[in-house]
Design a protein around this ligand. Structure first.
Ligand SMILES: Nc1ncnc2c1ncn2[C@@H]1O[C@H](COP(=O)(O)OP(=O)(O)OP(=O)(O)O)[C@@H](O)[C@H]1O
Length: 460
């Protein structure tokens, strides 16, 4: 027979009475509600965990005192809910809520919730997540500092050809000569070849032949024996070739290598062994050579400034990198790539680029190539403080000589002459602020500028 009227509550109360002494001594919080969802019992741990006074809860509807509790749902569905995470006051608890049924009839007479305080655990977990996020960010910053991220190739056909040649070069040991203007990515390509080949776990040693004084270059490259020259270490020193053994040596600015040293380099390339300065023993080496230059090396050969035989030795695989102005279609890709890389390095959010600023960036010719683009973006990221790169965040020289193109692109229709003039003046005032400077930049006397400001009703 089923329980009727007040009977269910009575049965439930009797059940509770018989075990209350136990319930009050358990560490977990316990709440028992009748089938109407009214709190019939709460143990002492409940008060400690939730901070809610037991006397203020008893007899109240669960939905009123703990709106997030799942007790009403369990009473409604008759189905248990296990491992439910809820927030009560400022504490986090995890509860198991089970319907209570009358033994004989199986009729639902209430529900019991047993819960555990997991606030400390949650706090620790949140700290852990934050720490993990920080680690991820730092490791990203670190990897961009180490420069070991993949280079971008882009859609430009010449760049695609250069990288596919680099990939082929990675699988063989032939010498490589990379040509291209300064900042076009010659070292990036050299590293790419090294990283994609079997030598990737061995050293990659980069030498800027133009930056080392002529009299030191030989001993830097090939090392020296004890007492080889005044000032030499008494223990001798291995050179960069020896340091690169098993790996790759990148000889940047090879065009700057002094003519007499070119003969020695040629011998090293042919014989695959070096002799330290002041030494008598030959040292066998296994070094892959990649050379690069931003000079017209063929012209240098013709002018006898670079040895022809060395040129042919180095020029087994030739990779030519086009200047950035010849691959403008890839500029948006580069801009996005560097903003990503630089903002993570600087610990900032990746900014948006305002359309006027983007037009300026896309219109510029970048004589310093990718290095210059990277510098411009890094600079603008440092200046920017509102998450959006605007014309003001870009260097002034980008604006000079670019105004007409910029205006042209800005307008969808062909503008009237006075509109161009008005807009150029407005834009210049906005950017340079100072009228003397604006007059100077626009190449007009100050009096003319003032007259035009008045004529066009420009507010400044
Ligand atoms: N394809 C690319 N992907 C990503 N970054 C690039 C790429 N090309 C160039 N860069 C970046 O541009 C900058 C200049 O590149 P790199 O030093 O390789 O140029 P370079 O041609 O060797 O210059 P230099 O002749 O002055 O030595 C570097 O910061 C590099 O990370």
């Amino acid at each position: 027979m089923g329980a009727e009227g007040g009977a269910p509550v009575k049965i439930l109360s009797e059940m509770i009475n018989s075990i209350e002494i136990i319930l009050n001594h358990v560490h977990e919080g316990i709440v028992i509600a009748d089938r109407d969802g009214k709190v019939l019992y709460v143990n002492e741990a409940n008060e400690r965990i939730t901070g809610l006074e037991n006397s203020k809860i008893l007899g109240k509807y669960v939905k009123d005192v703990a709106p997030e509790s799942s007790i009403p749902e369990v009473i409604k569905t008759g189905k248990e809910k296990l491992g439910v995470k809820t927030r009560v006051n400022d504490r986090y608890v995890i509860s198991n809520i089970v319907p209570i049924k009358e033994k004989e009839s199986g009729e639902l007479i209430g529900a019991i919730s047993v819960f555990l305080d997991i606030t400390e655990l949650e706090t620790l977990n949140a700290k852990l997540i934050k720490a993990q996020e920080k680690i991820n960010k730092l490791s990203l910053q670190l990897s961009s500092f180490m420069g070991n991220e993949e280079p971008i190739i882009g859609k430009n056909a010449k760049m695609q050809k250069a990288f596919s040649l680099a990939l082929k070069a990675a699988n063989v040991n032939s010498n490589v000569l990379i040509t291209g203007e300064s900042g076009t990515g010659k070292e990036v390509v050299a590293k790419f070849i090294h990283e994609k080949g079997t030598r990737k776990n061995k050293p990659f040693v980069a030498v800027n032949c133009g930056a080392i004084p002529e009299n030191l270059l030989e001993s830097e490259l090939f090392g020296y024996e004890a007492g080889a020259f005044t000032g030499a270490s008494s223990r001798g020193k291995p050179g960069l070739f020896e340091q690169a053994n098993g790996g790759t040596i990148f000889l940047d600015e090879i065009g700057d290598m002094p003519y007499p040293l070119q003969v020695k380099l040629l011998r090293v390339l042919q014989e695959k062994e070096i002799m330290r300065v002041g030494g008598t023993q030959k040292i066998k080496l296994d070094v892959r050579v990649i050379a690069a230059t931003n000079r017209d090396i063929e012209a240098m050969v013709k002018e006898k400034k670079f040895r022809e035989d060395l040129y042919y030795r180095l020029n087994v695989i030739k990779i030519d990198l086009p200047p950035l102005k010849e691959r403008k279609e890839d500029l948006p890709l580069y801009i996005s790539y560097f903003l990503n890389k630089l903002s993570s390095r600087l610990g900032k959010e990746k900014p948006k680029v305002a359309s006027a600023a983007m037009k300026l960036l896309l219109n510029y010719d970048y004589p310093g190539n990718i290095r210059e683009l990277e510098n411009i973006l890094e600079n603008s990221l440092i200046i920017d403080d509102d998450g959006s790169i605007t014309v003001e965040d870009l260097p002034e020289y980008l604006l000079k000589g670019n105004t007409y193109k910029y205006f042209d692109l800005l307008k969808e229709r062909w503008p009237k002459l006075y509109e161009v003039e008005k807009s150029v003046i407005e834009e210049s005032i906005r950017v340079f602020k100072n009228k003397t400077k604006v007059a100077e930049i626009l190449g007009i006397p100050r009096s003319t500028l003032y007259r035009k400001i008045k004529e066009y009703g420009i507010k400044c």
